[in-house]
Design a protein around this ligand. Sequence first.
Ligand SMILES: Nc1ncnc2c1ncn2[C@@H]1O[C@H](COP(=O)(O)OP(=O)(O)O)[C@@H](O)[C@H]1O
Ligand SMILES: N[C@@H](CCOP(=O)(O)O)C(=O)O
Length: 293
Amino acid sequence: MSFVDGPVTVRVPASSANLGPGFDALGLAVALHDEITAEVIDDGLEVRVSGEGKDGVPLDETHLVVEAMHAAFDLMGGRPPGLRLTCVNVIPHGRGLGSSAAAIVGGIVLARAMVDGGDELLDDAAAYQLAVDLEGHPDNVAAAFFGGLTIAWIDGAAAEVERLTTDVDVTVFIPPSAVSTAKARGLLPETVPHRDAALNAGRSALLVAALTGRPHRLISATEDRIHQSYRAEAMPDSYKLLRQLRVDGVPTIISGAGPTVLAFARGVAEAAPQGWTVHELAVDADGATVVRP
Ligand SMILES: Nc1ncnc2c1ncn2[C@@H]1O[C@H](COP(=O)(O)OP(=O)(O)O)[C@@H](O)[C@H]1O
Ligand SMILES: N[C@@H](CCOP(=O)(O)O)C(=O)O
C-alpha cells in the first residue's frame, strides 16, 4: 500500500440526529464544520488540537479521529509508519451536534484520501459501514458522511441510508455545559407505550414530507414521545426552552441526545437563556469533503 505525498485536509459537518420523532434514524447535516489535516511522517504520532475540546481530548492513539483513521487504514491493508494530525474543531462536544460522528467520519474519509487508490480499497458503502460500527448508531454518521437530510437504518448488520435534499431554516441554542450521549441514552426506558410508538411512527413519516416541501406540517411533524421527555432530567433548561418555543408555535426539538435545542426557524435567537450560544445555520449539502489537495 502507498500513501499520497503531503498533507490532506477533510472538512466534516455537524449533524442533528432524531429531529424529534425519528429516533436513531433521521439526521440533518448543518453548516458548522471541523477541519482535520493529516500527513504521513517517518514514525510516531503527533496530534494537535485547537478549538472545541482542545483541553479535553486525548492526544494519543485513543483520540477518536486517530482511532477511526487506524480502523480505516487496517481495512485498506496497512497503517503508515507515522502520522501527524491537526484538528481545528468548531463542533462543540457533548452537545448533541454529532461531534463524535464527525470525528469518526472525518477520520475515515481522511485516511481513505491519504492512500493511493483509497476510493477503491474503501468505497462509500464500506466507509459508511465502518463509521456506523464505530459510532454505534447510524443517524449522525449518515448526515455527517453524505450531507443533507438522511434516513439511516441497520438491516441485520448492514448500515443503510437514503439521502434527501432539504432546505430548511435552522437555529441552534447550545447550552454552556455538556451531557454525554452515553448518559442520555442511559436515561431511556427499555420499552415505551404502544400509543407513543405509534405516534412517533406517524410523525416521523410526516417529518420527511414536511422537510421536503411541506413546511407548514413541521410543528406536528416534530412531536416526539419516546426519548425527549425521558431525558429532560439531564437537561431541564433545554426541555423548558423546547416547551416554550413549541407553545409559541415554533417547530423545535432536542438535537440528538441533547442538550442543544434546535428550532426549524430563524429570527428566534432572543429566546436563548443567558450564557447560551446561538447560531442560525444553513443545511450542509456536501457531507464530509476532501478539501486539500
Ligand atoms: N473532534 C474530536 N476529536 C476527538 N474526540 C472527539 C471529537 N469529537 C468528539 N470527540 C469525543 O466524543 C465525545 C463527545 O461525544 P458524544 O458524547 O457522543 O457527544 P456529541 O453529541 O458531541 O457527539 C467527546 O467528549 C470526545 O471524547
Ligand atoms: N439517536 C442518538 C443521537 C445522538 O446524537 P449526538 O449528536 O448526541 O451524539 C440518540 O438520541 O441517542
